[in-house]
Ligand binder design. Structure first.
Ligand code: SF4
Length: 300
């Protein structure tokens, strides 16, 4: 069963190299249910950071609320665990303060595509240089099994005992329609593919969506590992800006779901276009001679 969490925590990393390789583990062992897809996302994320040669102090991960958010304590980087649905604006603020950092956001489908969907749309159109990993298991796991915004029509849970009536949110189609520059999907049960997808997302300069088919072993008995195996197929290569309608067509497919990088476009990231950031990260500025008294006076 999922454990309760303590949001609004900030964690600083410890440098630890094991066997010549960066050790991304903390002393806290994950509390996820046995068989949960979160284990696969955890492994793939650490693999991607290793492959990219990142150091813990170069990385900040902002977590939403949900079972995925429990990862705050399990990855050895700077971490921020905020309010439900509010991970993206926090990550945008971090990127503006220090655009040298690799900023990753980890959320669930309830957090990211439900309560936080407004922030999702605006982060996409701004094209902030963030990697957004969404554990999409079509159910609210932490609160013990209610229907989420990506649950398929007919899905029965304690909040929809007669089955879901409405259509699910389609995150890939939403992302393409809102001006996304990197849209992808992978599976928690395919760790090498997921690690490769996260790595490509982090390398991308701009907002990268990595939607993850993540099985919830406890509260979703429909979208199991076997179900994802039978309903997903791998894409060979991403569509580019000239083929946006084709990418949208793939995103809208039902019954069989594309996995891989679906859409890729090179466009300046938001943080590339902010004039003030062209002089370097804000946190590196010398502000010892700056008089902020006039600013305070304005609010007296
Ligand atoms: Fe357990 Fe489901 Fe939460 Fe995973 S997502 S920890 S299986 S309740």
């Amino acid at each position: 069963m999922p454990n309760a969490q303590k949001p609004l925590t900030i964690i600083a990393p410890k440098t630890a190299v094991k066997g010549g390789k960066q050790n991304w583990n903390t002393r806290v062992f994950p509390t996820w249910c046995a068989g949960c897809g979160d284990w696969g996302v955890w492994a793939a994320l650490k693999q991607a950071l290793t492959n990219l040669g990142k150091k813990p102090e170069e990385v900040v991960i902002v977590y939403g609320v949900g079972c995925s958010g429990n990862m705050t304590s399990f990855v050895n980087t700077y971490a921020f665990h905020g309010l439900h649905g509010r991970a993206l604006p926090v990550a945008e603020g971090i990127k503006l303060a220090n655009n040298k950092l690799t900023v990753i956001v980890v959320a669930g489908d309830g957090d990211g595509y439900g309560i936080g969907v407004g922030h999702f749309i605006h982060a996409l159109r701004r094209n902030f240089d963030l990697t957004y990993i969404v554990h999409n298991n079509a159910v609210y796991g932490l609160t013990t099994g209610q229907t989420s915004p990506t649950a398929l029509k007919g899905f029965k849970s304690k909040s929809t005992p007669e089955g879901v009536i409405e259509e699910p949110v389609n995150p890939l189609a939403l992302a393409i329609a809102t001006g996304a520059t990197f849209v992808s999907r992978s599976q928690a049960a395919d760790i090498p593919h997921l690690a490769q997808t996260i790595e490509a997302g982090i390398k991308h300069n701009g907002f990268s969506l990595v939607d993850v088919f993540q099985h919830c072993a406890t509260f979703n008995k429909v979208n199991t590992v076997q179900w994802y195996r039978e309903h997903a197929y791998k894409l060979e290569k991403p569509f580019g800006p000239q083929e946006k309608t084709k990418a949208m067509g793939k995103a809208l497919e039902t019954g069989r779901y594309p996995v891989g990088v679906l859409y890729h476009e090179e466009r300046p990231a938001y943080d590339d276009e902010v004039t003030e950031l062209k002089k370097g990260p804000l946190v590196e500025r010398d502000i010892s001679n700056v008089d902020i008294t006039p600013l305070f006076d304005e609010f007296r």
